[in-house]
Design a protein around this ligand. Structure first.
Ligand code: SAH
Length: 352
């Protein structure tokens, strides 16, 4: 943006002024940006535009969680979820329309992959949440944390995701520290290494299984980047930074990955990686081939990890009354692959 302004013969600091108008004050009308000269405003109006997705549907959960279905200019749409807690407000944002990774327990996988979101479409989710909650121009932040845990695999949309992350961290925009931004990945090893070099926000890894045989079935990406390579990349990510940890996400699937034997295996796996574990009760959706583990199985699993010295929490399921919980985000999209129809047919007639 600085380069853009200097090309116009303007001072570079116009860039930070414009960022502040848009991202701190929520202003999208150039004419209201009074500290930019009249000529410059006219030039901006003529040559650039500030575009926003439209809210197609907004939902409020009984627990305060809010979900927005955003329509993009090409007719696709994605979902964004705000989760309020006592001490913080977390926004869960999407990075792709659909997802190509096909994890067997995730409803986003059912719609297949459609396309990457642009950096603008990613950051506009934060912008819209701020507007909807009247947070612009306020002293107190409403969105204090951002997690890239919505639809899509963020490391498969690396460049646009990093551009958006930089805006989140930029003082003249949202000013979030990298510790308050968490990128969650299904385990794309080269992407983890690149992220470490270019924008080392907090990292969460969707592990879900302690051995390759099982993980191949749950997270097919594991066939390309098996657990050993993934754990080595995690170690590199936090190397030399004594206080940093990787968060491992582990979805609890009844009778599949939730036995004490799995917990002990997981402990051994995490021995040499500074880690914490988030256990996620499986959130069901129509046609899902799994059930969530019961509370006592989850507690036993958690206690084994804690006794082994791993900080472990069971993630509270928030917003499931509005299908806003982990793995339930679907949006609406143009189905180029027709995968959802094939899936529905399979559920009705499961023969191969
Ligand atoms: N592709 C990234 C970002 C998605 S994050 C990743 O895989 O990490 C969404 C998180 O919710 C991931 O940990 C994912 O494995 C988990 N998840 C997906 N479907 C779920 C479901 N039905 N119930 C609970 N968690 C689920």
């Amino acid at each position: 943006m600085e380069a853009f302004f200097t090309r116009q013969g303007e001072k570079a600091f116009r860039a930070s002024q414009l960022l502040k108008w848009i991202h701190q004050l929520g202003v999208t009308d150039y004419d209201a940006m009074t500290n930019l000269g009249k000529g410059l405003r006219a030039h901006l109006s003529e040559h650039t535009c500030i575009g926003l997705p439209r809210i197609m549907h907004a939902q409020h959960s009984n627990d305060g969680t809010r979900k927005w279905l955003l329509r993009l200019p090409d007719g696709n749409s994605v979902e964004t979820v705000f989760i309020p807690e006592a001490e913080r407000g977390t926004l869960c944002i999407s990075s792709q329309v659909g997802c190509s990774l096909n994890c067997s327990f995730c409803s986003t996988a059912r719609q297949g992959y459609n396309r990457n979101l642009s950096a603008g479409e990613i950051i506009s989710q934060l912008w819209i949440a701020n507007r909807e909650m009247s947070a612009f121009g306020q002293e107190q932040r409403v969105v204090t944390n951002v997690v890239l845990m919505g639809m899509g695999e963020p490391l498969l949309n690396f460049d646009n995701v990093v551009r958006a992350l930089r805006l989140m961290m930029e003082d003249h925009a949202y000013g979030l520290s990298k510790r308050r931004i968490t990128l969650s990945t299904a385990g794309l090893v080269p992407g983890i290494d690149r992220l470490r070099e270019e924008c080392d926000v907090s990292l969460a890894v969707s592990l879900h299984a302690p051995d390759d045989e099982l993980r191949d079935r749950l997270v097919p990406l594991n066939k390309k980047y098996p657990i050993r390579e993934l754990m080595a990349a995690c170690k590199r990510y936090v190397a030399g930074q004594p206080r940093r940890r990787i968060t491992f996400e582990y979805v609890m699937l009844a009778g599949v990955n939730d036995s004490p034997r799995h917990a002990y295996q997981l402990l051994r796996l995490l021995e040499r990686v500074p880690s914490k574990v988030n256990l996620i009760p499986f959130n069901g959706f129509a046609g899902a081939p799994y059930e969530t583990s019961n509370t006592s199985a989850i507690d036993v699993f958690r206690d084994i990890l804690i006794a082994g010295g791993i900080m472990t929490v069971t993630r509270k399921t928030r917003g499931d009354d509005i299908d806003a919980a982990c793995g339930q985000l679907v949006g609406r999209f143009r189905d180029r692959t027709r995968r959802s129809i094939r899936m529905q047919e399979m559920v009705r007639d499961p023969r191969p």
